[in-house]
Each structure stands twice: as C-alpha cells, then as structure tokens.
Design a protein around this ligand. Sequence first.
Ligand code: CU
Length: 664
Amino acid sequence: MNFRKLYDANPLQKQFSDILFERADEPATASSWSTFSEKDALLEEDLLRSYYQLADANKSTSVKSVLDQAGNDVKTKDPRLVHQVIMKFASSYPDAKKLRLRVPPLILRAPKSTRPKQRPILAPGPMIGTPGTTPENIEDLIEYWREDPNLNEHHEKWHLVYGKNRVDDPSKVGDELKYLWKDRQGELFIYMHRQIMARYYAERLSAGLSDVIPFDDYTVAITEGYDAEDVAGYSSRPAGLKLRDLDGFATVQDLANARDRLVRTVEQGYFDDLSNSKSIKTEGSIESLDLLGIAIEAGITDSTYKKYDAAVWGTNYVAFHNMGHILIAFIQDGKDRGVIGDNKTACRDPVFYRWHRYVDDLFVKYQNKLPPNNYSDVPNVHISSQEVAIVFKDNIEVIKGLTKRADIENAAQKWGEDHFDHISKHSISTLETKMKVRSLQIEGDDQPTQIQYLFPREWYYFFRVDNPTNKDVEVTFRVFIVPTPFENQFNRYIEVDKFPRKLKARSKTVIARDCDRSSVVAQPPRKLPADLDDNANPEDFEDIGEDIDNNPNYVGYSDYCECGWPFHLVLPRGNPNGLPFKLVVFISSGELDKISSGKKCGSLSFCGSQELAGKYPDSKEMGYPFNRPLKNGNLRDTFGNMKNVAIKDIRVKLVSDFPEFTKA
Ligand SMILES: [Cu+2]
C-alpha cells in the first residue's frame, strides 16, 4: 500500500495532492500568511468564495476547474494560503466531498518543515545528546514528542475540521450566512488542547522535567528557545527574547488588555456586552462554556457564531489565543515567522505549551467557580478496581495470529468471559512503552530520515460490571489515566477511551475492549512503520465496509477519517522504574449521553460529527466527569464511594523492548 499508487489511480486526486506538495521553487523564507491572523483569514475567505463561485459557474467540471485555478494560484500567491483554501474546498464543497479527496501525509507533503531533528539517541531512550551527559538544552529530552510528525498532523487536521467552514447554502441568502461553525467549536477548542496539555504534562514528568510554566507575563523574556535551523520556511526563536509590538497588527499592550478582559469576565461571571441586551451569564451551561472557549480562541467577531452581534462582541473580545500565537511567532524581528505561527508546526516549540497552559488555566479558573458535578444521574451499576483487568495482547494465546479486527475482538471477548474468574493470573498493572526508529526516504534526499517515536505494548481491558436492576441498561464507559502526582487536578486527566455498551438485567457482564479503539485515536489506527507515513488504503480496513452497509448516510473513507490522536502516542512514555498512574473507569448513563456507536473512522472525541452541521456525539460537557472541580479538591472524596466508578493504581514503564502484537 502506498499513497502515491492510490493517488495515481485518480487524476483529480493526483492534481489535488500535487498542489499540496511543497514545491522545489518555493521560497525558503517564511511566508507571511497565517491562519491565526484575522486579516489573513479574510484573504482565506475571499479566495474560498472565488473557488465556490468558479465551481458554481462550471457545474459539469466544478472540481477540475477549481483545481486548475489553484494549480496556478499556488505559483503566484502565498502557497500556504492556497493550501489552506484548497483543503477547505475539498472538505466542504459538495461535488468535491463526493470525491473524498485525501490530503497527503504531512511528513511527505511538507518534509522540509515537518521532519523531526535527528539527534543521537541512547537505548532505551530518549536520552538525546552525548551518551553519559545531560543534553545542553534540557527541553530536548522530549523533543521526539513535540516534533512527532503525526502529533503535528493531528493538531493541523483538527484546526482544519474545526473552524469556520463554508457551506453551500441552497437558499443563497447572502454570503454571510454561508458560513457555519461546527457544534461546540469553542468548548472543543479548549478540550482538544487540554488533552494535548495533559499528555504533555505526563510526558515531562516521565522524562523528569519540571512542570510547564504558564506564559502570562509579557514583559518577561521567554527562557526556552526553539532552534528552527533545519525547519525550512520558519525562523528560530532564540532564548531570552521578549514580545514586541507588531506594526499594523497588534501591540503587546493589546494582548495584555485582551488577557485582562478575559480574566475579568471569568471573575465577574458574565461577558462584557456593550449592548447589555444579550449579556450571557457564564453559569456553566454548555452554551456558556462554548462561548468562553470561542472568546478565548478567536474572539466573537463573527455574526454566524450563535448569531451574536459581531460588532458588539468584537469590540470587547479580540482573538486572544490567535493574537498570542502571532506575537510569539514574530518575536525575533517582527518579520520572519516562527513555527508557532502555523498549525502544522506549532507543537514543535516548547513555548506552544507555555502559551496553551495559560489558555487552559483561564478555563480552569472558570470551571473552578462552578459547583462540582452531583452525579445524581449515574446508573445503578457496579464496578470495582478488582473488576478491571489489563492483559497484554501478546499474552492472550487465542488472538495470536489473528489479523482481522472483528476476529480479534470476538476471540478476546470470549476469552475474557471464560477467564474472568481467574483473570488475576493474566492481568498486569504495569503498561509498557518503548522508543522505536523508522526510516523514511524523502524524495530528493540522499539519506533516509530516521524518525524516533514512542510506541505502546498493545493491551486489552476487561471490565466486569454488575447490573442488579430488573432492566437492561445502556451505559457509557469513560476511561481516563492521570499521573498519580496530578490526581487531584481535574484538567490533567488523559482521556483514553469512551464507548457505549448495553448491560443485561440482573447479571454481570464482561466487557472486552481493545486499546486500538480508543475514542481519541484516529480510526483506523496506524501501527506499522510504513503506515505511519502513509494514507493507508481503505481496502485494508475491512470494517470500513461494515459502516457503509449499516449506515446509508455514511460517506465512506475520506480525509476526515484521519482526524484524531496518533495511536502510537496513546500512552505517555512513563519511565524505567514505572511511573505511577491512576486508571479511572467511570460508567455513566448511555440513555442520557447519546454517544454515537456506529462511528468507526476519525476520533469520536476530537472530530465531532462528519456532517458539517451535525451534533457533537456526547451530550455531557467535554471531559466529563473531569469537567468540574473535584469534591474537596480530591479524587477519593469525589469518587471513592461511588459504585459506578473503579480507580486502579497502575504504572507506565519505559522498557527497551517487548513483543509486538501487530506485525507487518
Ligand atoms: Cu491549536
């Protein structure tokens, strides 16, 4: 399987992907266009509007006409602008959507700016630098994580799926109304980035690094730098620089004012609304969470967002988070952009996490003002830590040698039912990770690029749950892990899974769950070295076919399916002694949650609905039950006496090797 073969089979796909590839004659200097800038976002809208008009005017050759035009534009306009717009066109214009055009993998599309630095590594890693010495820059210890191309692609794709999307409006009521924000955009902006942060906190702890310091004082120099010497098109950010005013964009004082406005909003508990007529209390409904999220991310400057008066809101709420990205990106000389100014490279720079820690802390500050959840609506079902078992897949004999997902899952389910009474013989409490290296030949390079990446030992969870009631009950399993030192900080819980099941009346049910299926992971997951740098061919995933059979509205395998967290980073690295974690299994009411179960592509938690106007597939606040302060600020006080919750002590251990379940 090779993405080029797939593309060559379809001339429009080939034309589309060729536009997206970095070109040899592309200027090596930073392009100035940025998706974080409002002025540049208008350029994006203009170009997208012109593509829609061109397509509408050429009905029989709509997509071809636009690709021809974009092929010219990419040579004359800022290539990054054209890339962004053509990707949006492909994912939103109806004729283009039907073609299911796929964006080439980031590492191959833009290798010069997304290839990780290749520093020496010591087994079992990731001690980067000279063997036996501490690296010169301590932040380099987790560079393998920040520069992981698939992690950066996750961040890029999320921002592509979630943003202001152009929709084809059959009623043609003015251009304004042809834009749509996805359901709960602001809330998911916070949650998706919070999950990146929670994983980053755990990764730092694993490597023995100190906690992330929020970037909140703009008069102080940023101590960590970022070396972009090998990152074509972006400038380095030397350590020790302070933010500077950017002519024609914003001043440092503007950013401070935006920060102070948001802090005041959170403290006073309502938005500043000049008209006073639509003053929204931030009392904790999903709508308020969503509004606060969008106010932090991008301001409320668009009347299509919940139909608010853009002029009124825009006066008070400027695009705080976006403005921060830009001011940091141009910190060096005001002209050349750093990696934090672009979604596809932003996660490489340590300052991204300092900036997002502040963004998340603002939201935590708000959530801390809300009452803890009262959990009066949880189902009357029972689980305990003794009824949570973890077994490595390579230790389950009956699934060895199976390759089809459905076969593995059926066999594991049966094995779990047969073995649960003596499962402690098989169950482990220490999960494992290791560092791997894959070799990637990039076109035009003499040497293959060596990519270091983290990889987990695959496992199964088995849960035994008692339903003592007289009725079958639909439930949702919500599985989180947190490093034990952070167990009392609700925003540091890492979501690993969320899925619905039915529990039969008056019986105990054994649930087998594959780590592959994680609600945060892009489905289907990629594990083999070759798949990590490829757009896997859908024919290889037999259950995609199932979806089409079961759901007549299913639009099939598309670029959308690649949205989600990379499987290989599903666990934090841990350390060679076994870093202690808490595993929390929380069972909520499926009847209330309305989690969709038919979805087998993309990530359930991060990608929302495939339909532009579709609802987010969980009616609970994102992160539930870790969406609110813990009772007495304490995990045990909150869940210790609840029968629908299991809390288990586990460890995550970095080892030099383990048997791999999935083989090429
Ligand atoms: Cu982001």
